[in-house]
Design a protein. Sequence first.
Length: 83
Amino acid sequence: MNITVKTGGLLGKYLPAGGNGKQAELEIPDGATPIDVLRQLGMPLEKSYLVSLNGTALPKAERETRALAAGDTLAIMPPLKGG
C-alpha cells in the first residue's frame, strides 16, 4: 500500500528518489507502523522526531503499534529548537 511521507529540516535526505526533498510517496507493507517506516527510510531510531499521522501528533507509545492505512500522510520532523 502507499502512504505519503513528509519531512522537515535535513530529514529530506532519507526520502526515496522521486520525492521533492520534503515529501514522497512510499510503498509499505500492510500492517506497517510509523517505526517500520523510519526503519525503511534508514532514519536513526535513537534520534528524537516529532511524528504526526494525518495532521495529528502521534505519541511515542503509539509509534510501534499504530498500523498505517493506504493514503495516510505521515510527517516526520526534527525536534523544535528555540531559545
